[in-house]
Design a protein around this ligand. Structure first.
Ligand code: AKB
Length: 330
């Protein structure tokens, strides 16, 4: 009885008669480790394979399957899909917005050529494929408050250009070949894992610096409003969307968000729990990037089509981050 019930529920949510075998690329970036934890809790430890070109810590290595995968090596990827009988691919490998501007050729290779490889791979082996997009896929001509699901994009960073390319390529493969491509445009994702070259990362760095040094120098102006979400909401959005039956989806690319705030508003919320830190502002080139991005993200289509609903508001985000970052730096 129990086994039958679980098989039935797998097939209702995943289209498979067993838990899906999932490969995560770029597994040691901001989202990979937490994502693997989340999905292993759902589908079983051995069904979620984390991969990257980086040597993992002992802790990550012992936590579940971890393998080498270079997204620029097509044959290597084919071998992994065959050997591990992969069903779903979660493609996290990418250079983020600020770091991409410092190394455009590398961003083109990783973000664009890498995408060409994984999309062909997904087509060849009939994989469901998830690729994150971002508020960075919009630009100075886009409406910024609110930014709807469908509007002008025209980003001015290589990161944004590569993400628009990924969105369009995925949609094209879906309509042309029936590929089960799924993409969420995330706002700044806030987690206790250290930031990696983004524009929204101030909202992570501020917790680390304030807890360690009692001071944070912010590279954005105090009134720079950007959409944000806690990593727990981001991963719940990802897994709910991955499990949504195809019939529910009107699109392959959806905006999702939880809140919007400025550095000043975030600091004010933090002062409630931590009255003693100081803050200074020294805007740099990341200010120009932030000024071209959405301020408030309209995710009403995700709410309508597959019942997306954020759970973590700003107060909870600050409480969670203070607790999680404290645990990491002790
Ligand atoms: C970045 O700031 O580059 C990323 C993003 C919003 O896509 N965090």
């Amino acid at each position: 009885g129990a086994i039958k019930i679980s098989i039935r529920s797998y097939s209702a949510n995943t289209g498979l008669n067993k838990p899906p075998k999932i490969l995560i690329t770029g597994g040691l970036g901001q989202l990979g480790v937490e994502c693997a934890k989340h999905l292993r809790g759902k589908y079983g430890k051995d069904n979620v394979i984390l991969s990257d070109i980086i040597k993992p810590s002992t802790e990550i290595f012992n936590d579940g399957p971890y393998i080498f995968a270079d997204i620029l090596d097509f044959k290597g990827l084919q071998k992994i899909v065959v050997d591990h009988r992969v069903d779903w691919l979660i493609h996290f490998s990418a250079l983020l917005s600020a770091i991409g501007e410092q190394n455009v050729p590398l961003a083109v290779r990783v973000n664009i050529e890498g995408m060409h490889n994984v999309i062909e791979l997904a087509k060849q082996y009939n994989l469901r494929i998830f690729v994150p997009s971002t508020i960075g896929a919009f630009g100075p001509d886009s409406p910024r408050n609110p930014t709807p699901n469908i509007t002008v994009q025209r980003p001015r960073t290589i990161y944004g250009v590569s993400k628009v390319h990924a969105e369009l390529l995925g949609e094209y493969y879906h309509y042309k070949f029936g590929l089960d491509f799924r993409c969420l445009r995330f706002p700044g994702v806030i987690s206790s894992d250290p930031p990696g070259g983004g524009t929204t990362d101030y909202a992570i760095a501020i917790f680390h610096d304030v807890l360690r040094k009692g001071h944070y120098e912010c590279y954005l102006k105090p009134d720079t409003r950007l959409p944000m979400m806690h990593v727990r909401d981001a991963l719940r959005a990802l897994s709910e969307y991955l499990e949504a039956p195809n019939e529910m989806l009107q699109r392959r690319v959806y905006n999702v968000t939880s809140m919007s705030f400025t550095p000043e508003e975030l600091a004010d919320e933090m002062f409630k729990y931590l009255p003693d830190f100081t803050l200074s502002y020294k805007p740099d080139s990341r200010q120009d990037i932030a000024d071209s991005w959405p301020q408030v993200f309209d995710d009403s289509e995700a709410r309508r089509d597959w019942n997306w609903k954020p759970e973590i508001d700003m107060d909870n985000l600050v409480k969670l981050m203070l607790k999680e970052v404290k645990e990491k730096i002790i």
